[in-house]
Design a protein around this ligand. Sequence first.
Ligand code: 4AD
Length: 456
Amino acid sequence: GGLTCIRHYCKKTARKLRVSEAVSGAGLGANVKVQGWVRSVRPQKANLFLHVNDGSSLQSLQIVASSELNNPSLTFGSAVEVTGTLKKSPHHKQPVELEAEQIRVVGECNPVDFPFKIKERHSLEYLRQFPHLRCRTNAFSSLLRIRSEATTAIHSYFKDNGFLQIHTPIITSNDCEGAGELFQVEPSGPDHDEDENFFSVPAFLTVSGQLHLEVMSGAFSKVYTFGPTFRAENSQSRRHLAEFYMVEAEVSFTQSLEDLTKVMEDMFRSATEHVLAHCVEDVDLFHKHVTPGHREIVDAMLKRKFPVITYSEAIDILKRSSEKFSFPTDWGCDLQTEHEKYLVKHCGNIPVFVTDYPFNLKPFYARDNQDHPEHTAAAVDLLVPGVGELCGGSLREERLDLLRVRLEEYLDLRRFGSVPHGGFGLGFERYLQCVLGVDNIKDVIPFPRSSHSCLL
Ligand code: 4AD
């Protein structure tokens, strides 16, 4: 009984530390316990050196133990719990090391079957085949920490600027964009009659929370939502997913598109500056090793105010260029990725707003620019380096008589105290692609879903 009691006491005194805290020098001299996964094992004479990582930091913690503590299940990839004393390290590479008194293997890992090798750099494309394991690599764990921090930064931007967060529904009965890329939702299983419609109306996974935000913008002047959206797009492009996260905002009492472009630009800047300041090592890993040279592009993006050109000016620029495009560049044609990328380059490889698109290219809810000689809508896209379209937005048509001819369903939103308003949506994965320079959208989301691909 006494011995158990002493053991119990010892366990309690070891302070549990995360690797990020340990490597930053917190708890020097203290008896600590660290839990994580083994990144390397090096037996050396009478000693054993381990690196352990728990996902809290790019850096792993060096563990020094007497070789007596070694055992066959202590391999690359295994999960361990190490108790010992945190000491100043004699080596330059890491300021701190943990002198182990006890190493417990919590979960074994057969390194022969493990698809990643010690100290080897694998391409993002290779890692994509292992959605259950890629979080154990430096590159992907950095990505996930950046993704989490960027999410926080975006919420902070909206909170600091007086926006109310609305949880818009995932299941809806409307097709907001009207583009017909919907996933239909129906229950299945023995308790459900296939002929009976669960919701009594056709229901779908949301393609955009815009209409629900517009409802709320009848009571709150600034609202936003940030959640998953779904589109049954068949495209195998490097910037489309079937499930992606979208940041959407709606602002009431807007005077012009400038009210929206200001929010888009401010949000982009504030989120990006936050990520660069709070994820220094993780961002460096990308900018120095995964996508070398991209840091200069990001710095350039933040230096200048984003230029604004109209769609008609964009068409002029494309027509005057000597570039051979695959798609036509006539007034009235939609801008394709190749055009968007050219326009970005033309404007100095920084984000650029394109406004006032032909009326027929934009969804029914975009506001008619009736005072323009050409038939255009007060819509705006933000195009960014490497990606093309990052945001799409518009002033919304609030004039009942104009809408009446467009869509019956939309009318009720406008009958009760309608005000001029507008909003936009930003594709969060494309944002991460833009900041990190990542070519394929599947490499910036934990579990990518696209046509013919839904692993795990
Ligand atoms: O331009 P979109 O279709 O705009 C809307 O859905 C509006 N209802 C938003 C609003 O005004 N509230 O989509 C907005 C952004 C795009 O610019 C793009 O960045 C991203 O969402 N996006 C996708 N990202 C990944 N995969 C897809 N399949 C995407 N489709 C759009």
